[in-house]
Design a protein around this ligand. Structure first.
Ligand SMILES: NC(=O)c1ccc[n+]([C@@H]2O[C@H](COP(=O)([O-])OP(=O)(O)OC[C@H]3O[C@@H](n4cnc5c(N)ncnc54)[C@H](OP(=O)(O)O)[C@@H]3O)[C@@H](O)[C@H]2O)c1
Length: 289
């Protein structure tokens, strides 16, 4: 019999992940702060819990995917929080992107309750979440990971066991540094050629035939050229991840100069935007000028 899964957080990522769990036949209970966002999954067969605690209590495997560390702390330790609902012997997986230190704190709280924890942030974006092709970066026990592989397999195509608790989050932050810097570099280069009177599309054409080609270019270059920044991976979340990477680097005494500058550019765009934007909107830093 398939384990009962609980899912907390039905944002851009959580909702399609939930739909894929239902498609794969897992009994699913969901909770989201804004209840209206549970309606689609309820129509597809999910039960809706009244609180994070209730969602946790009904689950053999609990999965959370919320915005940031304060959101995760709220659903775990806030009123009717999930931690107090987790059953002894159950497994809790967090797929939000948060600080590795928070992942270790959660692991400790889970261990005190006889619950196995995995930090398992994801990469692959909303399209990966929709297609069930996410990649999980996992910290925690390899044996626990083995137990939940069928659950991860309903939402993703690969998972990497990277070490003890926090290792998944560490690699995730490093991954997002690379993506943020790549898009920032693309935006700078497009600004240069445009100012020099060359059509920006021509740079993208050349890049597609060069070492600079990447799947990221396929997705983000058309958004920048069309100035269409409907959020897929919101800039506010990339800004959060760059901050988390810099915090970790400060703790470890590792200099990240390029990331520090990029974070300020993302910060400037975030500060001036009124709407929710994709992180490709970092190009607005030059487009406005
Ligand atoms: N989008 C991507 O492409 C992508 C890719 C990889 C990883 N991630 C990571 O995945 C996580 C979720 O991303 P997303 O794109 O799904 O974000 P999102 O669309 O902004 O959704 C955020 C979710 O967190 C909930 N939330 C926020 N603050 C809360 C609070 N104080 N208490 C309870 N719930 C709260 C929101 O509830 P409401 O509905 O009530 O606002 C919503 O369910 C983030 O950590 C992000 O960095 C995202």
């Amino acid at each position: 019999m398939k384990p009962a899964v609980g899912l907390i957080g039905l944002g851009l990522m959580g909702k399609p992940m939930g739909a894929n769990l239902l498609k794969a036949g897992f009994p699913l209970t969901v909770w989201n702060r804004t209840r209206a966002k549970t309606e689609d999954l309820a129509r597809q067969g999910a039960k809706v819990a009244g609180s994070p605690r209730e969602a946790a209590a009904s689950s053999d495997v609990l999965l959370t995917i919320v915005s940031d560390p304060p959101a995760l702390e709220e659903i775990l330790w806030g009123a009717s929080g999930a931690l107090e609902g987790l059953r002894r012997g159950s497994i809790y997986i967090d797929s939000s992107t948060v600080a590795p230190s928070l992942a270790r704190r959660i692991a400790k709280a889970c261990a005190e309750r006889g619950v196995e924890f995995l930090d398992a942030p994801v990469t692959g974006g909303t399209w990966g979440a929709e297609k069930g092709e996410l990649v999980f970066m996992v910290g925690g026990s390899a044996e626990t990971l083995k137990h939940v592989e069928p659950v991860l397999g309903a939402m993703g195509k690969r998972w990497f066991h990277l070490g003890p608790h926090g290792a998944g989050q560490t690699v995730k932050l490093a991954m997002n540094m690379i993506l943020a810097l790549q898009v920032d570099a693309l935006a700078e280069a497009l600004a240069l050629v445009t100012s020099a009177g060359v059509a920006p599309e021509r740079l993208v054409e050349v890049m597609q035939s060069s070492m600079a080609r990447s799947p990221l270019l396929d997705i983000k270059a058309p958004m920048i050229l069309a100035r269409n920044y409907a959020p897929s991976f919101p800039l506010r979340l990339m800004h959060k991840d760059l901050g988390l990477a810099l915090d970790l680097a400060n703790q470890l005494g590792v200099p990240l100069p390029a990331t520090a500058v990029a974070r300020e550019i993302y910060n400037a765009v975030k500060g001036s935007a009124k709407e929710d934007l994709d992180y490709a909107a970092v190009a607005r830093f030059w487009q406005k000028a």
